[in-house]
Ligand binder design. Structure first.
Ligand code: KIV
Length: 271
């Protein structure tokens, strides 16, 4: 029997057992109660309250402006909706890079004020002391390597990362360091599929890819991208499962038309 079918509540231990059994892990982002409820009911394994909320929910160009208070608001809304999935919350830019005690304080706020089960942060060896500090408080940590959007001003562009050997070597070392620290998983974003496969085979924790090919332990996408609500963003790795923006606009146009033509409300729709 597949593990994901048996499980009432997905934990970090369930994810490592899924890796061991070769069962793929399905992860999506969510930022609010209503969507999180649908994702959980559909059987998603992991819900990431990503700092992509900065783009998708708040309309900022990058993930940098979103604050810890904003992330806590989104994460608490998601947690209220979820019965089964593991909820992981991004630590936003500026809340963990300064020093390990600051990082721990941010992670504790997330855990206490949202009820989520884990946090995620971007970076490798340079943030390992913060990772250790958070883990020592019993808080599960997920890493994020490759294209790390909080460093966009350092990279300059959102192109594929680690195509050159020095960056690929650093990424492999970072993944090993995160795994050795005790992280329960790592997201690899927009890197060559072959490199992602090598990393996946080199560690015993689940590797979740976004634009990292198929040789990883699971996949994550931004919900609004895969549902076709966002329109401008079309990287090669993005498979759109729906064209929801067209359906939503169509429904809204029908409503406008009905109001204007006095077709809504009809007799049965009033008291
Ligand atoms: O914030 C986010 O949505 C993410 C995913 C792209 C992995 O970190």
């Amino acid at each position: 029997m597949a593990l994901h079918k048996n499980v009432k509540r997905v934990t970090t231990h369930v994810l490592s057992a899924m890796k061991l059994k070769g069962e793929k892990i399905a992860m999506l982002t969510a930022y609010d109660y209503s969507y999180a409820r649908l994702l959980d009911q559909a059987g998603i394994d992991v819900i990431l309250v990503g700092d992509s909320a900065s783009n998708v929910m708040a309309g900022y160009e990058t993930t940098l402006p979103i604050t810890l208070d904003h992330m806590i608001y989104h994460a608490a809304s998601v947690v209220r909706a979820v019965n089964r999935a593991l909820v992981v919350v991004d630590l936003p830019f500026g809340t963990y890079q300064g020093n390990p005690m600051g990082a721990l304080a941010s992670a504790i706020r997330i855990m206490k004020e949202t009820g989520a089960s884990a946090i995620k942060l971007e970076g490798g060896e340079e943030i390992i002391e913060s990772v250790d500090r958070i883990l020592s408080a019993g808080i599960p940590v997920m890493g994020h390597l490759g294209l790390t959007p909080q460093s966009i001003h350092k990279f300059g562009t959102y192109v594929v990362r680690a195509t050159e050997s020095d960056e690929a070597e650093k990424l492999k070392k970072d993944a090993l360091a995160l795994a050795k620290s005790g992280c329960f998983g790592i997201v690899l974003e927009k890197i060559p599929a072959k490199l992602a496969g090598e990393v996946t085979r080199s560690v015993n924790i689940p590797i979740i890819g976004i634009g990292a090919g198929s040789e990883v332990d699971g996949q994550v996408l931004v919900l609004h991208d895969m549902l076709g609500i966002t329109q401008e963003f079309s990287p090669r790795f993005l498979r759109r499962y729906h064209n929801l923006q067209m359906e939503i606009k169509g429904a809204v146009q029908n409503y406008i038309e009905d109001v204007r033509s006095r077709n809504f409300p009809n007799e049965k729709e009033q008291y």
